[in-house]
Write a protein that binds this ligand. Structure first.
Ligand code: G6P
Length: 580
C-alpha cells in the first residue's frame, strides 16, 4: 500500500507533491512526508494524516521533491517510521511502496557493517544499501541494490547534488507523467492529471532516470522505450464537484457509470473470450468478491454454467482444480491477493480474464484478457460506483453466456431505476440505525450477496458492527444475539424467495428486533410486519440488485454522516491493499 509522488521541473515541487499525496491518501494515510532537494536534502515528515499547514511552501522553493503517504506494515505509524528515509549521512532520501521481504537479514548485515537505523521499517534497508554502493552516480547505485531486494517495490530516490530522481518498479505500481519540461511520478495517474494526460505505465524491472527534460528507462540493463498513453479521465472526475464527500458523489454518479460500463463492453471480443466456456471460477476481495457472488447466482440461473467464487486470499493457498475461465475482479487492479491468484491460475489450463477500473494496473499485465469497467476514478475508500460498474460488466458476461437472456430483462432500464433509487426517502431507516450497536443484514438468493455488501458498507464507514447472513441461516446461531437493540435490514422483494422472507421477518420480529425492510411498492403484507419499509422502484428483477445496492450504500453513507464519521477516509482501512 502507501502512495508515492515525485516531481522535477519548474514548479514549486513541494506544492505539486503534497497535492499529489492528498490524491493518493486512499492508499494509506497514517503518516506522511517529503524530501526536498536543494543545496542539501531536507526531510519533513510526521505521523497522522497529511496536513498541508505542516509545510511552509514559501520556504520550500525547490524544483525537485519526493513524497509519501503511508499505510503501516513494518513499524507503528509515527514520525520516525514515516517516509522518506535517509542514509547515515542524510545525503540520500527514498520513498517506497511495497514490502521488502528479506529486510531482516539485510538489516542485520547492515548493522554489522556499522549503519545506524532510525526507523523500524523494512524500507530503510534500501537507502542504506544504496549508500554503500553510491559513488557519485545514483543510477548505478540503485541498479546494484535492486538484485538484493526480495518482495515488491516502487521506489523514488534522490541524492544531494544530483538533479534527477531515480525510480524503480517491481510488483508495485508506478506511473510517470511526461509534461513539457517537467516529469511527475506517482503510484497512479491521479496526482499527474493536473499537469499532463500523457503517462507511461512502468513495467516490472524498469529502472528510470528522471530529469525535467525527460526520462531514460532501462530494463535488464537495456535502454528501452515505453509507450506514452493519453489518459482520458477528466480532472473533474477526481474532484468533489459540490458534493460533501467523494463517497456521496460516487454514489450519485452510478446511473451513468452503469450505462457507460455496459456500453464499453465489446460483445464481439467477449464472445471470443467466452467461447466454449463450461465452468467459471471468480476471485476477488471485499466488495469485488461480493460482485462475484452476485455473478454466480445470475450465471447459474440464466446460463446454467457452474460458477465458483473464491476469496483471492484463500485461493492462493489452496487453489482448487481449475478449468475453463478464471475471472479476477479488482477495481484497483493492484490487490496483491487477486494478482497472486491470477499468477497461480496461469499454471492451469484455463483462460484468465481481469475486470478492472484502472488502465495500466498490474492485473492487466498478469491476466490474458482484460475488460475495463470505465467508472472513472473512485476516490472514497468505500467502493460504490466501482461495484456497480463491476456488476455492469458481469451482467454483460452473463448476458453473453445466456445468449441475451439478461438483455431481455432490460438492462437498458437500469439508468432510470438507479436515478429513482437515489431519491428514495430513507430518513426513518437512518434514525433507527444510527443508535444501533449491531445491525444484521439478511437476504436470500442473489439478494444475499447484496446484503453482504450492505453490511460491509455500513461497518466500513460508520464503524457500527454489521453482519450479513443468508436469511435462512439466522436461526442457526445469530438469533441468540437478537434484541430490541439489534435492527435487522431485510431485503424482501417479489420473486421466488418473497414468502419465505416474510416468514423470516416474522421470526425476527418475534425476537423483538426492529426490522427495516426493503420491498416493493404497495406491499401491505410487508408493511404489516416491518417497522420501517423502504420501497424500491418498479423494475425487472435483475435491476432490483442495483436499486437495492444504491439504497444500502445511501443507508451506510447517511448513517455515517449522522455519526460524524470520516466518510472518505475511514479508520484503519486503505482502498488498495497491495500486501497479503
Ligand atoms: C480494499 C478496499 C475495498 C475493496 C477491496 C478489494 O479492502 O477497501 O473497498 O473492495 O480492497 O479491492 P479491489 O481493488 O481488488 O477491487
Amino acid at each position: 500500500m502507501c502512495g508515492i509522488v515525485g516531481y522535477i521541473g519548474p514548479r514549486n515541487a513541494a506544492e505539486v507533491v503534497i497535492k499529489g499525496l492528498k490524491k493518493l491518501e486512499y492508499r494509506g494515510y497514517d503518516s506522511f512526508g517529503i524530501a526536498v532537494s536543494s543545496d542539501q536534502i531536507s526531510i519533513l515528515k510526521k505521523g497522522g494524516r497529511i496536513q498541508e499547514s505542516f509545510f511552509n511552501l514559501n520556504e520550500l522553493n525547490s524544483g525537485l521533491v519526493i513524497g509519501h503517504t503511508r499505510w503501516a506494515t513494518h513499524g507503528i505509524p509515527n514520525d520516525t517510521n514515516a517516509h522518506p528515509h535517509s542514509d547515515c549521512s542524510n545525503n540520500i532520501a527514498l520513498v517506497h511502496n511495497g514490502i521488502i521481504e528479506n529486510f531482516l537479514s539485510l538489516r542485520e548485515d547492515l548493522l554489522i557493517r556499522g549503519h545506524i537505523f532510525k526507523s523500524d521499517t523494512d524500507t530503510e534497508v534500501i537507502v542504506h544499501l544504496i549508500e554503500e554502493f553510491y559513488n557519485g552516480d545514483l543510477l548505478y547505485a540503485v541498479r546494484d541494490v535492486i538484485p538484493l531486494l526480495q518482495g515488491s517495490f516502487a521506489i523514488l530516490v534522490i541524492a544531494k547534488g544530483e538533479k534527477r530522481i531515480i525510480a524503480a518498479r517491481y510488483k508495485s505500481p508506478l506511473v510517470l507523467g511526461i509534461g513539457d519540461g517537467e516529469v511527475i511520478a506517482g503510484s497512479d495517474v491521479t496526482p499527474i492529471l493536473d499537469y499532463t494526460p500523457d503517462v507511461i505505465f512502468l513495467e516490472d524491472g524498469d529502472l528510470v532516470s528522471i530529469r525535467a527534460e525527460g526520462v531514460v528507462i532501462e530494463n535488464s540493463h537495456v535502454i528501452i522505450e515505453r509507450l506514452v498513453t493519453c489518459v482520458d479521465w477528466s480532472r473533474e472526475d477526481a474532484r468533489k464537484g459540490g458534493f460533501d464527500h467523494f463517497m456521496q458523489k460516487e454514489i450519485f454518479e452510478q446511473a451513468s457509470v452503469f450505462s457507460q460500463a455496459i456500453r464499453s463492453v465489446d460483445y464481439e471480443a467477449l464472445k471470443t473470450i467466452l467461447s466454449g466456456v463450461k465452468e467459471i471460477t471468480v476471485v476477488g476481495c471485499g466488495t469485488s468478491y461480493h460482485a462475484g457472488m452476485i455473478f454466480r447466482y445470475l450465471t447459474e440461473e440464466f446460463a446454467r454454467i457452474p460458477v465458483r467464487v473464491e476469496f483471492a486470499s484463500e485461493f492462493k493457498y489452496s487453489p482448487p482444480p481449475l478449468h475453463g475461465l478464471l475471472i479476477a475482479l479488482t477495481q484497483s487492479g493492484e490487490t496483491a491477493d487477486t494478482l497472486a491468484a491470477v499468477e497461480i491460475a496461469k499454471n492451469y489450463e484455463c483462460t484468465t480474464l481481469a475486470i478492472t477500473n484502472v488502465l495500466g494496473s498490474s492485473i492487466t499485465r498478469v491476466a490474458k484478457n482484460t475488460l475495463f469497467m470505465r467508472a472513472g476514478p473512485e476516490v472514497s475508500v468505500a467502493a460504490t460506483k466501482s461495484f456497480i460498474a463491476e456488476l455492469a460488466v458481469l451482467f454483460c458476461i452473463t448476458d453473453c453466456l445466456s445468449e441475451g437472456e439478461l438483455r431481455t430483462q432490460s438492462l437498458d432500464s437500469a439508468h432510470k431505476a438507479i436515478e429513482d433509487a437515489l431519491l428514495i426517502d430513507i430518513d426513518p431507516a437512518v434514525d433507527l440505525l444510527k443508535n444501533a450497536g449491531t445491525v444484521f443484514f439478511v437476504g436470500r438468493g442473489w439478494y444475499y450477496p447484496v446484503s453482504l455488501e450492505g453490511a460491509l458498507k455500513l461497518k466500513e464507514i460508520s464503524y457500527i458492527h454489521a453482519e450479513s447472513y443468508a436469511a435462512g441461516e439466522m436461526k442457526h446461531g445469530p438469533f441468540a444475539l437478537l434484541s430490541e437493540e439489534t435492527p435487522v435490514v431485510a431485503i424482501c422483494v417479489e420473486g421466488p424467495t418473497y414468502s419465505v422472507m416474510i416468514s423470516n421477518i416474522k421470526e425476527v420480529k418475534a425476537r423483538r428486533a426492529p426490522v427495516i425492510a426493503i420491498g416493493n411498492k404497495g406491499d401491505t403484507d410487508l408493511c404489516a410486519v416491518a417497522d420501517v419499509v423502504v420501497t424500491i422502484p418498479d423494475t425487472p428483477r435483475v435491476i432490483q440488485i442495483l436499486t437495492i445496492t444504491v439504497i444500502l450504500q445511501l443507508l451506510a453513507y447517511r448513517t455515517a454522516v449522522a455519526l460524524g464519521r470520516d466518510i472518505d477516509r475511514p479508520r484503519n482501512l486503505a482502498k488498495s491493499v497491495t500486501v497479503e
